[in-house]
Design a protein around this ligand. Structure first.
Ligand code: NI
Length: 448
């Protein structure tokens, strides 16, 4: 069906709610509030988002949702996670990053198989849908299985095969990333995007990164990488590479000529920030993970001021330990106020914009999602605000960031399809997922 024909067909109309959304063309903190609004959806896209009554062509639809007493928001974007790590939630906590990785996480990950990743990703997907996350960026293993879970739950994802260039099977891993691209890029009604996933400069030698870049160039794909998460990583890079930070090093080899999504960017210099801004690198800020692993505080206000595209991520569930993006938005606001000794830093509107449009920008997908604007994919959520902690209604943007909870999310629509309605997941047997994930996680721990 052509897009023009599509535009005439309205599948869902949501009415009566407050419509809150960042604006693509606005400043970082520009968020609009429409008190009594309508959103019309057709062919998986937003056809109208504005005041009621909507123009006549958007008033009748196959399905009408009376959303009085709710807030409609663009879905949250989790710009960095490792979904199947849900299986390791609570398995190893309160440890130093390198010991945590080397003694607990990497040894148990060596036993993972595709069944584990499928059920771990299913668990992650339903947890995220329940928390209003409509898109996530993932970098992990057995990504075919992760792609199947994305297909089966209705969520949107950017998937990358995590590549450890220093490991003996790095060539096979890179081939798996290429195969993932060929099999899944653009699949699941266009909900799956495939990127390349070099883990980090400290786990990927430069000659391996050259091979990854060649593959990304061939398939016109983006990159998802961890950068400057710890102070030790930056010091090691400087010692090994003629004084260059990981960001200077990646810039020098041309990695940022690809659409790059960089997780963390905690220990960054003013020069690093200049590079991130000039090269349009997207940054996934993970406040909970950075706090839990005591990695440090990313200079997010300085990055935003310099025009860096900053979104929010949960990181994996074993360093968070949930996938609640609303919590990340609140903690980002709190952490930077404290760090800067300035309560005006990261106001609520800016935190909300980072959790939605900021993540879409960081992933290079803001022309498609991140705000409720005509022409964008219909990825939106309804928050039930008829609750004690959401009254009185002085400022709903403030309430979303400083008072709302993940379980206030009532309804989730992704790609124009309802995946949760009034708290009930559509087309997924939630109890089966919980049981299978529990079973796989127990068996995995028994192997370690
Ligand atoms: Ni990570």
């Amino acid at each position: 069906m052509t897009e023009a024909a599509c535009d005439k067909k309205v599948d869902i109309v949501l009415e009566g709610m407050t419509v809150i959304s960042p604006v693509s063309s606005g400043k970082a903190e520009t968020v609009t509030v429409i008190d009594k609004g309508t959103v019309a959806i057709g062919c998986g896209k937003i056809l109208y988002a504005g005041p009621s009554p909507a123009p006549p062509e958007f008033r009748s639809a196959k399905k009408r949702i009376d959303a009085s007493g709710m807030i409609a928001l663009p879905g949250f974007v989790n710009a960095h996670t490792h979904t199947a790590m849900t299986l390791l939630r609570g398995y190893a906590d309160d440890m130093v990053l390198m010991e945590w990785l080397e003694e607990k996480i990497w040894p148990i990950e060596a036993h993972l198989d595709s069944e584990d990743v499928y059920w771990g990703t299913m668990l992650a997907c339903i947890e995220m849908i329940r928390a209003g996350v409509t898109t996530f960026a993932d970098q992990y293993f057995f990504m075919d299985a992760a792609a199947k879970a994305v297909r089966d739950t209705g969520i949107r994802a950017c998937l990358a095969r995590g590549l450890i260039g220093a490991s003996p099977d790095s060539s096979r891993a890179l081939q798996e990333n290429i195969d993932l691209y060929k099999a899944w890029h653009g699949e699941a009604d266009g909900r799956i995007t495939v990127m390349f996933g070099p883990h980090a400069p400290y786990t990927c030698p430069l000659d391996f990164l050259e091979k990854v870049m060649a593959a990304a160039e061939e398939y016109d794909a983006g990159m998802h990488i961890h950068l400057s998460e710890t102070r030790g990583e930056v010091e090691e890079s400087k010692a090994r590479h003629g004084g260059m930070s990981p960001i200077e090093l990646m810039d020098s080899i041309g990695l940022f000529e690809f659409r790059t999504l960089a997780a963390h960017c905690v220990h960054v210099s003013p020069k690093d920030i200049e590079i991130l801004s000039a090269k349009g690198v997207g940054v996934a800020h993970n406040p909970t993970s950075n706090m839990k692993l005591a990695s440090g505080i990313a200079p997010v206000p300085a990055m935003l001021k310099a025009g860096v595209k900053v979104g929010l991520g949960t990181d994996g569930a074993s360093s968070n330990n949930n996938l609640d993006l609303l919590e990340e938005a609140r903690l980002a606001a709190f952490l930077h106020k404290l760090a800067e000794n300035d309560p005006t830093v990261i106001p609520a509107g800016q935190a909300l914009a980072m959790a939605t449009l900021g993540g879409a920008k960081a992933m290079g997908m803001d022309s498609e999602m991140g705000s409720l604007e005509p022409g964008k994919k219909a990825d939106l959520i309804l928050l039930d605000v008829n609750k004690p902690h959401m009254h009185p209604r002085h400022d709903l943007i403030s309430h979303i960031i400083y008072s709302a909870r993940a379980d206030d999310v009532a309804t989730v629509i992704i790609n124009g399809q309802t995946v949760m309605e009034d708290g009930v997941l559509v087309g997924v047997d939630e109890q089966e997922v919980l049981a299978k994930a529990e079973e796989r996680a127990k068996a995995l721990v028994a192997k370690a």
